[in-house]
Design a protein around this ligand. Structure first.
Ligand code: LLP
Length: 445
């Protein structure tokens, strides 16, 4: 039986010890909080490993080449890149920052895919300089820029076209990307123009194939089947009309995770195996060679690996009699509740079995009324208790800020009894590091 960590709220290695404390990676979370302080981001290596393993096994029956690309935007730092290397995944990057992080961590350029809807000349130049790094084309002026820069660098750009297959998963509007009105990618009716352009710039462009990413936190599989069918039809037309083969097919990521009990995403294994079956059937039935298949999950690889630990400070009863627990972090380390109305599950890390029927909200410390991490948490905590918020591995650190001049928490990687800092806690010095004071303001009054 393959485990798919995206279907459980807790990290793969989490348990409760005999002190009623949360344990992750065989480590008592309360001890970690004492040693490293709060708020604290924890990442469970076992969850990341199991998630990629579920993808790998799900793709196993695909008769062609296959690769799992990790979408770095979910969570990226040097240690995460090293994990990507170790687990033989490829990497999707969307900025010079992500690209250089990957290079510094020795991710091979041929395993890197540069995405984004407004790549700068600098980003494209760097990708070309690295050779074999793939560029996922989003729009015509970008394609034109790639040709000019490739000519100048006397190289050939390896490109994919990002397609809007016209399919929408049932998810928050801000994270839908497959529909015709999305700012990302190329509409089906425009693809012909791109292919003609590619044909006439064959010395600068090496066309590899297509990419589509329909959205994020998708909780159903049908949208992927539909997307693959659209891409299959497109590959057939491309071969017939332009003689261009789809050597590589990247069907994107977007599989959802279980933030709260009501979320029922398909497992990673089922997702990957459905995609591979659909791709082989679609391509074989059209007598097309099987492309190198890529899936590009981000959230479902790291989401449930992450747990944030906060300490409760002040507790307040509001006029509607609900109880508000204020914790020492909030929207700066997890902007998802205030951005997408995202829901999370919380527990008391130092008293895991303690529950309450009372309405309790866990609120952050930031100067914003919307800074509520969990509404109706169903736990009974007081000052000094440690709160664990589950499912914070994706799009928390990567979307975090220094709002209210607060330093980001530290992040630990937990593996079989070992805790290592992979992101240092930001200090006050870090916060003022980029500040400059004009001389005239320094002058004594
Ligand atoms: N590939 C492409 C081209 C993408 O744009 C994305 C996500 C992914 C893969 C990975 O999707 P995932 O498997 O992580 O769903 N900040 C939002 C999510 C934005 C997703 C952006 N693109 C959130 O916190 O829900």
């Amino acid at each position: 039986m393959v485990t798919s960590p995206n279907t459980r709220i807790w990290p793969h290695s989490a348990s409760v010890n005999n002190l009623d404390h949360l344990e992750i990676g065989a480590l008592d979370v309360c001890e970690l909080a004492k040693k490293f302080g709060t708020p604290l981001w924890l990442m469970d290596y076992a969850s990341i490993f199991q998630a990629q393993e579920a993808c790998r096994l799900g793709l196993l029956n695909y008769p062609g080449e296959k690769t799992v690309l990790y979408a770095g935007k979910a969570f990226l730092c040097l240690a995460m890149c090293k994990i990507v290397n170790q687990l033989k995944m490829g990497l999707d990057v969307v900025s010079l920052g992500e690209l250089e992080t990957a290079i510094e961590a020795d991710v091979k350029p041929e395993n890197i895919f540069l995405h984004g809807n407004n790549k700068s000349g600098k980003e494209i130049e760097r990708a070309l300089e690295l050779r074999h790094c793939k560029i996922v084309i989003d729009n015509m002026s970008e394609l034109d820029l790639v040709v000019r820069l490739a000519k100048r660098a006397q190289t050939k750009a390896q490109i994919l076209l990002r397609i809007k297959p016209g399919i929408e998963p049932d998810t928050h509007d801000h994270i839908k990307t497959g529909q015709e009105t999305s700012k990302f990618g190329i509409g089906l009716s425009e693809v012909q123009d791109y292919l003609s352009y590619i044909k006439s710039n064959g010395s600068e462009l090496d066309f590899l194939g297509f990419h589509a990413h329909i959205g994020s936190q998708a909780l159903e599989l049908d949208v992927y089947r539909e997307s693959v069918k659209v891409l299959g039809a497109l590959s057939l037309a491309t071969q017939k009309d332009f003689g261009l083969k789809t050597k590589l097919l990247d069907v994107g990521g977007g599989l959802g995770i279980t933030y709260v009990e009501e979320d029922r995403p398909p497992g990673l294994y089922e997702w990957a195996s459905t995609i591979q079956a659909c791709v082989s059937e679609t391509y074989q039935s059209q007598n097309l060679a099987l492309p190198h298949l890529m899936i590009e999950p981000g959230r479902s690889i790291v989401g449930t690996a992450g747990v944030t630990i906060y300490e409760v400070g002040h507790v307040k009863r509001l006029a509607n009699n609900s109880l508000c627990l204020a914790v020492d972090g909030g929207m700066a380390d997890n902007p998802r509740p205030s951005t997408y109305n995202a829901k999370y599950t919380a527990a008391i890390a130092n008293a895991m079995s303690r529950k309450s029927a009372e309405k309790v909200s866990i609120v952050g410390k930031y100067c914003e009324s919307g800074d509520i991490i969990v509404k109706d948490a169903g736990i009974e905590a007081g000052t000094g208790d440690l709160i664990a918020v589950f499912g914070t591995g994706a799009y928390n650190y990567s979307m975090s800020s220094n709002y209210n001049r607060t330093g980001r928490p530290a992040c630990l990687l937990l593996k079989e009894g070992q805790a290592d800092i992979i992101l240092e806690r930001e200090t006050i010095t870090d916060l003022t590091r980029q500040d400059r004071v004009p001389a005239w303001l320094e002058a004594k009054q």
